[in-house]
Ligand binder design. Structure first.
Ligand code: SAH
Length: 340
């Protein structure tokens, strides 16, 4: 039984808070499906993406004073392509860093852990179900399309105040909100709250303050916080209703970078950006690398250049995707963020 939103029920037996629904749906999806049939991520589109991030990590390691050992952490590594490309570039350009680093992967899906093990083999020191078990040493963290998979709560402004969206029978029901939200919101406004991302930002900020290091968070979302519904689901490259087939579709939400950066700053980290992905990659020499790959393999030259365009062009992934850097306060401005 589904209550229409205008009924404003005070209770709805069996209704599940949206973040609980989303966490369950995402875990079931990543456990059972190959997400890359439903959407293409940057590391799967061009090897130059992971190579550039590997070199960013190498330059950052130098700025950190070349700690040994150092952890290279990736959250949500998917097929392991980003890490494989990064490690190859690091080994070639900065073997000292390759020798000092220990790869730690944060991944919940047993199936994707298997894919990562097959690709990365002995290069992986350990897998973790969450950040809490990572060793207490300096770290450099990379995460591409990880934060968008974390579950959000959604609140909607009605005439009598804020209500929280729950899911019942494939539709929303709105129940009274138990958290404080902005008073001056227009009726119908939707406020999203990503508690898992806030928790991650606070943990990471505190970790950077305690042991030093830096990280890059790459995802899609606006630079400034605002009202709006960004919950979405994809199947075979097509948008679908996020509530109807939980666990069978890729369910994500936009990342609120301003809220994330604020939580990390409050815990003691310094935030830079977010920068549009296209700007960041071009500053790191991504286009030069893509042109080199095209020259090395003439049969795939067109595909290499098309991939580079897709990742950097504002009308493709270059603007909606953003790059946020977090650093401990002793570090200089990280590569690519000089004039951000
Ligand atoms: N970074 C990869 C994959 C993105 S898909 C790429 O760019 O191609 C999201 C990844 O995050 C998957 O590996 C998924 O299993 C993982 N993931 C999702 N929620 C997670 C969570 N709560 N904790 C750890 N990993 C998670």
């Amino acid at each position: 039984m589904t209550s229409a939103p205008h009924e404003y029920p005070e209770a709805a037996p069996g209704a599940e808070r949206l973040d609980h629904f989303m966490a369950r749906a995402a875990a079931a999806y990543y456990a059972a499906y190959d997400p890359f049939q439903d959407f293409a991520t940057s590391p799967e589109i061009s090897q130059a993406f992971g190579e550039c991030l590997g070199l960013w990590a190498a330059v950052t390691w130098q700025a950190m004073g070349r700690p040994n050992p150092v952890m290279l952490v990736e959250c949500g590594p998917g097929r392991g392509s980003l890490m494989a490309d990064a490690l190859r570039a690091i080994a070639e350009m900065m073997p000292d860093f390759r020798a000092a680093l220990r790869v730690h992967l944060v991944e919940t899906s047993p199936r994707l852990r298997g894919t990562q093990a097959a690709k990365l083999g002995d290069a992986v020191a350990a897998w973790h179900a969450d950040m809490a078990s990572l060793p207490e040493v300096p770290m450099i963290l990379l995460a591409n399309e990880f934060l968008d998979a974390l579950p959000i709560r959604q609140f909607i402004r009605r005439a009598d105040g804020w209500r929280e969206r729950h899911v019942l029978g494939g539709a929303f029901v709105e129940l009274p909100s138990d958290i404080a939200l902005p008073k001056d919101a227009p009726e119908g406004a939707i406020q999203e709250v990503n508690e898992a991302a806030q928790h991650f930002a606070a943990w990471f900020g505190a970790r950077l303050k305690r042991h030093g290091g830096a990280g890059l968070l790459i995802d899609y979302g606006p630079a400034e916080s605002g009202f709006g519904d960004s919950l979405q689901a994809m199947r075979a490259g097509q948008p679908v209703d996020p509530l109807v087939a939980p666990g069978a579709v890729d369910i994500t939400a936009h990342v609120d970078f301003a809220a994330f950066a604020a939580a990390a700053r409050a815990a003691g980290a310094v935030a830079h950006g977010p920068l549009p992905q296209g700007v960041f990659l071009q500053r790191l020499g991504f286009m030069t690398r893509a042109a080199m790959l095209a020259r090395l393999d003439p049969a795939r030259a067109q595909a290499q250049l098309a991939a580079a365009h897709r990742l950097t062009a504002p009308e493709a992934m270059g603007r909606l995707f953003k790059v946020l850097a977090l650093c401990d306060s002793s570090l200089p401005i990280p590569a690519g963020f000089e004039t951000a």
